[in-house]
Design a protein around this ligand. Structure first.
Ligand code: 5RP
Length: 227
């Protein structure tokens, strides 16, 4: 299967978990977009769900497909979130944020009864860290945080938009893509980053994934993790 076919297969499997009446967290990225497309098709055929988008891009896609969407002042509990990932390790720990949406993604995942992660097989890694860890920071703190992220052993690069200006997230913040190399203790790093003033959110998702669905050459592989 090509990477696109693997993404499509993973997305197709994931939407099987969506039931009528559910409130569904809608992830961001190319794999998640396939899942949203498939949900849009189901909605056209009578499925009733409410989507909680994790980005403005996903919100626009859902609206265009006629999927009813709600914000967090309208829903407090989300039945199921389906989202992509940049890396997933054998324990279901993730690096997310390649699309710059990990802040809202983590908030939505944290409010969800279950999180299903979907991806193509190349996202499966023995150890997290080949993908540079996205760290979202408030703009005011960015100059001060760069050396602090270096002191933690990373090489942080301010993410730039296509026009060369700093990339700005949906929440108005900047992102440092931090090369930590292989991350030996993701929980420890997550805790360290979470306690640094000015860091809004990092892309380590630990203990969030309940089900990981990977598209492979031999079909989809479904792994369930204890929540
Ligand atoms: C966005 C994300 C995406 O889920 C992640 O970047 C994977 O995207 P894609 O499916 O396009 O590879 O975390 O913030």
């Amino acid at each position: 299967m090509t990477e696109d076919e693997q993404k499509q297969a993973a997305a197709k499997k994931a939407v099987e978990y969506v039931e009528d009446g559910m409130i569904v967290g809608l992830g961001t990225g190319s794999c998640a977009a396939r899942m949203v497309d498939l949900l849009g098709m189901k909605v056209r055929h009578g499925l009733y769900i409410t989507g909680v988008p994790t980005s403005e891009a996903t919100a626009a896609q859902a609206r265009a497909l006629g999927i009813p969407i709600a914000s967090l002042d309208e829903v407090s509990v989300i039945d199921l979130t389906i989202d992509g990932t940049d890396e997933v390790d054998p324990e279901g720990r993730l690096i997310k944020g390649g699309g710059g949406a990990h802040l809202r993604e983590k908030i939505v995942a944290s409010l969800s009864d279950r999180m299903i992660v979907i991806a193509e097989s190349k996202k499966r890694v023995p150890q997290l860290g080949a993908f540079k860890l996205p760290v979202e920071v408030v703009r005011f703190a960015a100059p001060a945080l760069q050396p602090k992220l270096e002191a933690l052993g990373s090489t942080p690069a301010l993410r730039l938009a296509k026009d060369g200006a700093p990339f700005v997230t949906d929440e108005g913040n900047y992102i440092f893509d931090c090369d930590f190399g292989k991350i030996d203790d993701p929980s420890d790093l997550a805790l360290t980053l979470s306690t640094m003033p000015g860091i809004v959110e990092h892309g380590l998702f630990i203990g969030y994934a309940d089900i990981v669905i990977i598209g492979t050459d031999d079909g989809v592989e479904v792994t369930t993790f204890e929540g």
